[in-house]
Design a protein around this ligand. Structure first.
Ligand code: GDP
Ligand code: GDP
Length: 444
């Protein structure tokens, strides 16, 4: 996986500082919320919490930490350690101090820890509720962390300037991924793929037989001449690279190599692939290769077992066992049992495509994602390895199409544990019909 994919386009900002300097108040201010996350009792300790934030149209994840002190004991020590981890895994740190108090010994002690993180640090001088206190904030240059930004988290003073500086200091956003943007209006792009003779042309003809089926490309949409616009389930779909199928030329002239290039091109051009399998025959290696092309390209997937009219009781039993064995890695792909010949279940295609695309584009709010990940990893922690168990600190969704997640952890996770998290993620949020990527960003 490339670095860009691992990092994802949403940067992470950690809010760190001594207890009671106003970190939670500041987080609430940034999130623009009235109701406070702030605990009633002062100094009450919390675990890190991550939220989605936006400023000037730019998204970032903001992580609130419980408070840092150099030689904290017991529960406070655990909280301080978590704050340090947040510093090590974030893209930027807001170090919050009190303008009313100035730099304390604790703040001086925090400086090496902040530098160790190697991330940009903005000094936020909070509780600068009036101009006199604002002026006072300049004494905080003494920390050696650059310009202090006076703000009043409580009243909103100065937070706009501070957030502008925050955006300037954030790493450049990763270039948007091909499908990571709002979808342009127009028909959704579908690849109809499968090895020769599974029934692709027959299915296309069946779909094209419904009234007003093959829509004219005049409607202002730019459609490649090799694509077909077909109405399925009351909606127009763009079936990519189907010219060969319609003219029934591809398979006669093409070598397998050529056919495979063509399949992979169609998958890349599509948002969702319908992989046709011949239900009357065993699942072959060529079927598997096509399925891998779809998952590796990160496209949504619908499995269509065609020629269901040829499937009898015995074959059905065999097929169920083949599916368990051969399609174990894609239990999330919806399966249709259809017949291009008789038309059986062809009407199920459109809902299946819509569902798969919805999963492909699904975004889980960061708050919800973190509530879930915290509950999961508390209920089932990572097994201990050499006296230590890596912990998942928080999670963000780095992108969609397909959904991509990043887990921020204290160390590398076992492959089995990562699979467990992925499985639970699907149990909780679904994603039927879409691949999902889960990457780990471990503290160095
Ligand atoms: P945290 O422990 O660092 O998260 O601090 P909190 O956000 O819980 O705030 C601690 C106390 O400081 C609360 O009573 C807040 O109301 C108060 N506080 C936070 N920001 C400001 C501010 O800008 N001005 C003033 N006067 N009080 C603030
Ligand atoms: P393609 O190479 O994937 O485009 O496959 P075709 O559409 O050319 O179909 C290959 C053969 O399977 C043809 O003889 C079709 O008539 C037959 N076929 C396609 N769909 C079905 C089906 O649902 N049931 C049955 N019994 N035969 C089918």
């Amino acid at each position: 996986m490339s670095d860009a994919e691992l990092d994802g386009p949403v940067p992470v900002v950690a809010v760190v500082g001594r207890p009671n300097v106003g970190k939670s108040t500041l987080v609430n201010r940034i999130l623009g919320r009235r109701q406070a996350v702030v605990e009633n009792q002062p100094g009450v300790t919390r675990d890190r919490v991550a939220y989605d934030a936006t400023w000037a149209g730019r998204r970032f994840t903001i992580v609130d930490t419980g408070g840092w002190a150099p030689d904290a004991k017991d529960r406070a020590a655990a909280i301080a350690a978590q704050a340090e981890i947040a510093v090590a895994t974030a893209d930027l740190v807001l170090y919050v101090v009190e303008a009313t108090v100035g730099a304390t010994d604790v703040d001086d002690a925090a400086v090496p820890m902040l530098r160790r993180g190697g991330r940009p640090v903005l000094v936020v001088a909070n509780k600068a509720d009036n101009p006199a206190l604002e002026a006072e904030a300049s004494t905080l240059w003494s920390l050696g962390l650059g310009e202090p930004y006076p703000v009043s988290a409580l009243h909103g003073r100065g937070t706009g300037d501070m957030l502008d500086a925050l955006l300037d200091a954030l790493p450049e956003p990763a270039p948007p991924e091909q499908f990571d943007q709002e979808q342009p209006a127009g028909p959704r792009r579908v690849a109809l793929v499968g090895r020769p003779n599974v029934g692709k042309s027959s299915l296309l003809n069946r779909l094209a037989r419904t009234p007003r089926a093959v829509v004219d490309s005049a409607a202002g949409t730019t459609v490649d001449p090799v694509d077909s616009l077909v109405e399925i389930g009351g909606e127009t779909w763009q079936l990519v690279d189907t010219a060969g199928l319609r003219r029934r030329v591809g398979q006669a002239s093409g070598t397998e190599y050529y056919a495979s290039l063509r399949t992979s091109g169609a998958i890349d051009a599509a948002e969702v692939a319908v992989v046709l399998l011949d239900a009357s025959e065993p699942i072959t290696e060529q079927d598997q290769r096509i399925l891998s092309m779809v998952t590796e390209a990160g496209r949504a997937l619908v499995l269509a077992f065609n020629k269901w009219d040829l499937v009898d009781e015995d074959r059905r039993y065999q097929l169920a066992r083949e599916i368990d064995r051969e399609l174990r890695r894609i239990p999330w792909a919806p399966r249709l049992n259809l017949s291009a010949l008789t038309g059986r279940a062809v009407d199920k295609l459109a809902p299946a495509l819509r569902g798969a695309l919805a999963s492909w584009e699904q975004r889980i709010p960061t708050g919800q994602l973190n509530q879930w990940v915290t509950a999961l990893t508390q209920a089932t922690p990572h097994p201990v390895r050499r006296g230590k168990a890596p912990r998942v600190l928080f999670a963000t969704q780095a992108g969609v199409c397909p959904p991509r997640f990043v887990l921020f952890t204290t160390g590398p996770l076992d492959a089995a544990y990562l699979r467990f998290v992925e499985r639970k993620l699907r149990e909780e949020f679904g994603f039927e019909g879409s691949p999902v990527e889960v990457a780990v960003r471990a503290r160095e």
